[in-house]
Design a protein around this ligand. Sequence first.
Ligand code: DX5
Ligand code: ZN
Length: 220
Amino acid sequence: MTTFRIAPSILSADFARLGEEVRNVVAAGADIIHFDVMDNHYVPNLTIGPLVCHAIRPHVQVPIDVHLMVKPVDRIIPDFAKAGANIITFHPEASEHIDRTLQLIRDSGCKAGLVFNPGTPMHYLDYVMDKIDMILIMSVNPGFGGQSFIAEALKKITIARRMIDESGRDILLEVDGGIKVDNIRAAAEAGADTFVAGSAIFSQPDYKEVIDAMRAELAK
Ligand code: DX5
Ligand code: ZN
């Protein structure tokens, strides 16, 4: 039986009350905190970095999943590891040496993953599956919360699921972008086990109600 994980993206949280927000969303049932790092270079937006990761770390016990949308990638990795990140993912187009970056993440004591934009081919995985702990399929183009789910991503989730099963390894398959109560089931049926949701959760007054509704869909 698949273990499903809900990973709220704090991109849509109230940054003025971030400690309280992460505590509340974990109390509401979040399994992972998804932490979106944007650099206004690789993506056209600027968000949060290791200082903020360090600041929220004492507020939650669950893993912090750092999604790096930055270029270059390598020099920021040790800082996030020191700031308490547990999982670090990056976009292969943003790294000059994918294998080296994956190794750097693991050597820093974190789990490592690759992120695939809607238009990014999956072949980047071909020779590095043994160094991967998570595959993240983007179901929007990266840079902003609150965008609509791109259904084509379901095909890529299916491909990633097949690759994971063939590898025989324990690799999380995460989907990120436009996930709501009404499409989370489709993503799970395609093979995802970890679901990022930002605006769907943080736009509502009752986080537990949304997370419970998502879990009810996954249990169907
Ligand atoms: C987009 C980010 C996502 C985003 C998800 O670049 O990687 O994590 O915050 O937000 P929603 O769930 O609102 O699409
Ligand atoms: Zn993300």
